[in-house]
Design a protein around this ligand. Sequence first.
Ligand code: DCP
Ligand code: MG
Ligand code: MG
Length: 355
Amino acid sequence: MRHILHADFDAFYASVEQLDNPNLRGKPVVVGGSPEARGVVASASYEARRFGIRSAMPMRTAFQRCPQAIRVRSRFDRYGEVSRRVMSIFRDFTTLVEPLSLDEAYLDVTDSVTPERPPGRIGRELKARVKVELKLTISVGVATSKSVAKIASDIDKPDGLTIVPPGSEREFLAPLAVEKLWGVGPKTAARLAAEAVHTIGDLAAQSEEWCRVRFGKMGPEMRLLALGRDDRAVVVDRSRKSVSAETTLSEDTDDPEALFELVNRLSQRVARALDRRELQGRTVKLKLRLADFTTFTRQATVGEPLGSSDEIAMAATTLLRPELEPGRFFRLVGVGVTGFEEIPDEVIQPRLAGF
Ligand code: DCP
Ligand code: MG
Ligand code: MG
């Protein structure tokens, strides 16, 4: 049996801004681009969330909901620095630390557990050290698997500590919405709802066969997660990995619309694959092959991990645009994401339009 912690900063960017500028403390703070430039909210302080402000919401909407909100621009270098410090605290607890993004990581603490120091206590120690050394709060989930630990860390934010004792995974998950499960997005959730499956418990009650018939190979995996079973190990180094998707066109094309659409589709595939593997990267690669078989790639690194298919598509599209010329025909397009390495020494400033 493993003991796994999932730790995640509360309102990461916004909390760092409140830490660095005391005038922002206790106030509705949003971090992100300006409403005039069609910016979106990257992070909202918990004070701002009371007005219904959420990550990824247009900044304009955020100000409609809370006109007195204070907007701050992102400072990726600063967040990178805080991230390195928290990861180094995590590594004091165990060498088995797997960062998922700047503000969160899995820790396998199995070897540190003793009768006097149960996993929940390690979680408490971790929170205390982060609070004392960084003056910031994290929420921690303690469980026997990654999937349950991650769900647990999210359930009592901010400053939460949720311990799921071994054997009680299924009971813990049962009342929660199926969307909380890894890999259950809005589409799958809607299909499940049509079958009267709303909670994780509803899903756990279905047979393996039921799941396979409706969701293919993914079905039984989803069911195992619903039962609180997840054997994935905490992986320390994911630096060499890359996830990509490519397509050879049935007919060479110079049609920008067709190419952009293809990039969108490929980005969705990549985003789904990343999601399944719990990976986020900061480098997008665009692979292009011309009608004459000349093949080349373009890549860009952005300041924060690319999570959604929209973010990946936006970055890939920015790379594609300068390559389009009337009469330049393409026969293959590929989109990939890499750069899953741990937090680098210097976070590269975003240099893509829209980032
Ligand atoms: N982020 C972003 N755009 C998003 C989501 C997140 O730029 N759509 C950035 C800003 C966040 C940081 O990543 O501060 C961490 O993401 P989280 O999902 O952990 O969100 P927060 O830490 O802001 O809030 P929470 O307290 O819910 O963890
Ligand atoms: Mg967070
Ligand atoms: Mg996070």
